[in-house]
Design a protein around this ligand. Structure first.
Ligand code: ADP
Ligand code: GLC
Length: 498
């Protein structure tokens, strides 16, 4: 009690530094994102946005997770309570904000603007996968709406944390408010810059002088992503290695100069995973749940997976797996080339969708080698759990990878990852040659280097004790959010007030 009074006195003498900088009282965090599982998902951003806010709330923050109210989300959540109408200055579209308590310390807020978000399909594209032509306008509106909420809602955030290009204008717009919260912007993938042309920029209700290369202009277009990169108080990305890589021309997507100028504000925090959703001992999708002590039961999942994919059910064969967007980023071409040359005693299951050329190439390989390669085109979360639980090795030869979640899931499920040494893959997989190895890591982005890595993996698989060691080390690694959510909290606290 006495100590508490002393602390109060010290804090009072140090105004205007805010209390949350020092003590563990609740920090209000507004987490703005364009996708969050289990509500709407196209990739890893959704999984991070679904799980990090929960962990922050469990660390004592009051978190509001704010998303656009897509038709698909509203259909999932009939119990939504309209919170208030929202006037978004400069825009004629009608808008309300709805809310739904998720768990203690965490509420979902939805920006409901039917004209822009009540559409069939995904967050960015129609049901046929074609991007909506007004995406820049839709997500600019979302950012304006959240900025309006921040300005006049009785609930005041200490920190606004925005993610990737769809939410990137939010930190920029908040700089226009005299009393503003601190802002953090996280880059999940620098390759997606949110480009629009000058005419579209003219409709986004932004200060005209932001059409400038030191603000949003980017080689004659507008890059919405620059709103976050230029204006946020702090920048993070999703692994320490990617934080270094994006400062180079090779990985900077034309933004490395800007990022170098902000290097002092940029850090890398490795993503965590939701260890409740991803738990092989309690996974309802699996034929045979298991843990590190009952690894032999994994074999039942392998046989079930071979049957599901129509491959010969054989325990001895070296079974590889892929769960991925089928794009050049993920090195799918390296996988297909290496598989064509892989030894006969290898099988591979591929689950993915994306670039039609890769989809066709994967299907063609499965047709020509039906006993060795099987492919499902589509997005199927339940099946992805079965792949992680059934394959011996998991393939992720990405050309670049900001973090990557699949190699974390694969390690938790005892599927040994074979990965390129880049971004979050370099930070989360320890090569066989190191102490406490968890996988196979290779360097050159070529099919030859990947084939050599697969040969190393096959040799390790042939030595049961080596393979078990790789599996057990991976399964024993803590990939939960515990550590990384604490790093975000420390970052928020280091910011002080606006
Ligand atoms: P990215 O976000 O770049 O696609 P991540 O590894 O961060 O890469 O996250 C992708 C997530 O999506 C992982 O959880 C992965 O398992 C999942 N995923 C990718 N493709 C599919 C698919 N076809 N079916 C089910 N899950 C998939
Ligand atoms: C992006 C990246 C991926 C990362 C995910 C979540 O989609 O491509 O590497 O894991 O965001 O941060």
């Amino acid at each position: 009690m006495g100590c508490g009074q002393c602390t109060e006195a010290i804090l009072a003498s140090q105004q205007p530094t805010p209390d949350f900088f020092y003590d563990s009282r609740m920090l209000n965090v507004l987490f703005a994102t364009s996708e969050a599982s289990p509500f709407i998902q196209t990739g890893g951003l959704a999984e991070v946005s679904g799980s990090l806010p929960k962990s922050l709330a469990r660390l004592g923050c009051e978190v509001r997770l704010v998303l656009p109210a897509y038709a698909a989300v509203k259909a999932l959540l009939p119990g939504l309570v309209p919170r208030r109408p929202l006037v978004v200055p400069g825009f004629a579209e009608a808008c309300t904000v709805s809310s739904l308590p998720l768990e203690p310390g965490l509420e979902l807020w939805l920006v409901d603007c039917p004209a822009l978000f009540d559409r069939p399909g995904g967050p960015y594209a129609d049901a046929a996968g074609i991007d909506w032509p007004d995406n820049a306008y839709r997500f600019a509106f979302f950012c304006h709406a959240v900025a309006a909420l921040v300005a006049d809602d009785p609930w005041r955030p200490d920190v606004v944390h925005a993610h990737d290009w769809p939410s990137a204008l939010l930190p920029a717009l908040l700089t226009l408010q005299p009393q503003r919260p601190r802002t953090v912007f996280t880059i999940h993938n620098l390759a997606f810059r949110g480009l629009c042309d000058r005419a579209s920029f003219g409709h986004l209700r932004l200060p005209p002088d932001w059409w400038h290369f030191e603000r949003l202009e980017f080689h004659g277009d507008c890059a919405l992503l620059k709103g976050g990169l230029v204006f946020a108080d702090r920048l993070t990305t999703v692994s320490p290695t990617y934080a270094r890589e994006i400062l180079t021309p090779e990985h900077g997507h034309g933004l490395d100069g800007l990022l170098r100028s902000r290097a002092g504000d940029l850090s890398g925090i490795l993503n965590g995973i939701d260890v409740e959703v991803w738990d092989p001992a309690r996974d309802a999708h699996l034929a045979a749940p298991y843990d590190a002590r009952t690894l032999d039961r994994r074999g039942l999942n392998k046989l079930a997976l071979q049957q599901t994919f129509g491959l010969p059910a054989r325990a001895d064969v070296f079974l590889l797996g892929v769960v991925s967007r089928l794009t050049a980023q993920k090195g799918i071409d390296l996988i297909l080339d290496a598989l064509a040359a892989a030894p006969p005693a290898t099988q591979c299951v591929i689950l993915g969708s994306g670039d039609p050329a890769f989809e066709q190439a994967a299907l063609a390989l499965a047709r020509t080698q039906p006993d060795r390669v099987a492919c499902r085109i589509g997005y199927d979360t339940g099946l992805s759990h079965q792949v992680f639980a059934g394959v011996d090795a998991f393939l992720m030869p990405s050309r670049f990878e900001p973090c990557g979640l699949s190699q974390l899931y694969s390690q938790r499920y005892g599927a040994v990852p074979v990965v390129r040494r880049t971004g979050g893959l370099a930070d989360s997989v320890r090569d066989l040659a190191l102490t406490k190895p968890t996988g196979i890591v290779f360097d050159a982005p070529t099919a030859a280097a990947f084939s050599a890595a697969l040969a190393r993996a096959a040799a390790a698989f042939a030595e049961r004790r080596t393979w078990r060691r790789l599996q057990r080390n991976g399964m024993a690694t803590d990939f939960s959010w515990t550590h990384s959510a604490g790093e975000y909290l420390a970052l928020y606290r280091s910011l002080g007030a606006g």
